[in-house]
Design a protein around this ligand. Structure first.
Ligand code: SAM
Length: 328
């Protein structure tokens, strides 16, 4: 079986596929803001081309696929897409990142179609704060989605909270407590200075160290051995807890040395790094039905050793897309 390596000896096995660049929520920290041209006119890959792109990735050495967006569940054909990707030889793990708001109805068909697990983004357990952060979202829909994901075995269910000073840092302890009696994996993610976010980021960024200190107020954190060396989270639990806590530090402590991923945007561009401007257009080869391995290898070769996430570097190294368009 083929293996894919970058120029720094990292084995790339993981492809994040954005299947749509629109979302049914409008989280203020995820959008590029007014300075960015609207992207809705960009063509989105149809299902056949996404499946072809993933099959090509598997031929090149990719083993794990995560579907993301925008909001992947907004795609009308998401269940069929999952079914087709799950059948691709070589793909050993198929997961999806979602805001969970449509998961109550979709967890069962997605699980039946071959989805292994979900990560659910949730930034507040307070209805009003949730509404404020998502600019109109209903907390209960996401909570129902989490329950459905657990009920239909899309486990381990990981809850991703982007922690922002003055916005939801007062809720960190409540999120941490969720792990005490539920088998959830709550992961606290540092707010990243994505396109159009610089000012907000300066005001609301909180380090993982500060977030950990908030959790330590609940109970002492016990470190867990790394079960998956390529996962970005440092994992802990409370004594006797059913679930676990993870801390993801894209800003204060890059995990580039262990990065094993490439990204495919919903308009067919391969991105070697979340923070890099470089993109490789897969569309001509996808339309022609060409072998894609050389393009995946070219993307691997373009992967930088380190992502530069500092605000100072944004002008030069930031791609012209916001998070909602790349797929987090
Ligand atoms: N709609 C899906 C969801 O809500 O999970 C998938 C797409 S969303 C872009 C993926 C993840 O990116 C979410 O967990 C979101 O919180 C995270 N995200 C977006 N902007 C971010 C930022 N500036 N810093 C850190 N995480 C961010």
């Amino acid at each position: 079986m083929a293996e894919l390596f970058d120029s720094f000896g990292r084995k790339l096995e993981y492809l994040r596929v954005s299947v749509i660049d629109s979302c049914n929520l409008r989280c203020f920290y995820c959008r590029p803001g007014d300075t960015c041209k609207p992207r809705s006119v960009r063509g989105q890959l149809d299902r056949k081309l996404i499946v072809r792109a993933v099959a090509g990735a598997a031929d090149a050495g990719i083993r794990k696929v995560r579907l993301t967006g925008g909001e992947p569940l907004v795609r009308k054909d998401i269940v069929e897409l999952v079914r087709e990707i799950a059948k691709i030889p070589g793909i050993e793990d198929l997961s999806l990142t979602t805001n969970g708001s449509m998961l109550a109805e979709l967890a069962r068909p997605l699980a039946a179609a071959g989805l292994n697990r979900v990560n659910i983004s949730l930034d507040s357990l307070d209805c009003e704060n949730f509404y404020h952060i998502t600019q109109g979202g209903q907390l209960q829909a996401t909570l129902d989605g989490i329950n459905a994901a657990v009920a239909f075995g899309l486990t381990p269910v990981k809850i991703n909270m982007v922690v922002m000073k003055g916005i939801n840092d007062h809720e960190v302890a409540n999120f941490a407590r969720m792990t005490m009696d539920q088998e959830l994996h709550v992961r606290f993610i540092e707010y990243m200075p994505m396109l159009g976010q610089e000012e907000l980021w300066r005001e609301h960024y909180l380090t993982s160290a500060a977030i950990m200190a908030l959790c330590e107020h609940v109970a002492p954190l016990i470190p867990l051995p790394e079960e998956d060396l390529h996962g970005p989270a440092r994992n802990f639990r409370f004594a006797g807890s059913a679930g676990r806590l993870g801390f993801i530090t894209p800003v204060s402590q890059h995990f580039c040395a262990e990065c094993n991923r490439l990204r495919l945007t919903s308009d067919g561009k391969l991105k070697p790094c979340l923070f890099a401007a470089e993109e490789i257009d897969l569309i001509p080869a996808l339309l022609a039905g060409d072998n894609l391995s050389l393009l995946y290898q070219a993307a691997a070769k373009q992967k930088p050793e380190h992502a530069d996430t500092s605000p100072a570097a944004r002008g030069s190294s930031c791609g012209p897309r916001g998070m909602v368009e790349i797929g987090g």
